[in-house]
Ligand binder design. Structure first.
Ligand SMILES: [Zn+2]
Length: 119
């Protein structure tokens, strides 16, 4: 399951942030995941619970911001669509649509505790 290796990667980065700021415990980590990054937010949260056991991030919350990919027509501009619905051709002119974004996999925010004090 590749969500586990992604969760480990997020954990490694979060622990680096924690160490840089002299924090003692990670409370909340926020990541942005694109629609096309092939990451299941639900699986990622399960993986997070598993990889954080026994470490400074145990019991912390992983928040996943799901970013949809944007589709647009080279002539008509952005195309409105329902999340998850994929439109291959422009409904107005029939041109093949271009895709923008959706591949994000970013660590957005790490919230932590310093020596038992709430931030
Ligand atoms: Zn068009």
């Amino acid at each position: 399951m590749h969500e586990t290796s992604i969760a480990l990667e997020i954990l490694k980065t979060s622990e680096t942030v924690l160490a840089q700021h002299g924090g003692s415990r990670i409370l909340r980590v926020k990541v942005a995941v694109g629609e096309l990054s092939a990451v299941e937010p639900e699986l990622l949260r399960y993986a997070w619970e598993a990889v954080t056991v026994g470490g400074p991030a145990e019991g912390s919350r992983l928040e996943v911001d799901f970013l949809p990919a944007r589709q647009f027509c080279p002539t008509c501009g952005p195309v409105a669509r329902a999340p998850g619905a994929w439109v291959p051709l422009c409904l107005s002119c029939g041109a093949p649509l271009l895709v923008e974004g959706g591949n994000e996999l970013d660590l957005v925010q790490v919230e932590f505790e310093v020596d038992g004090e709430k931030p």
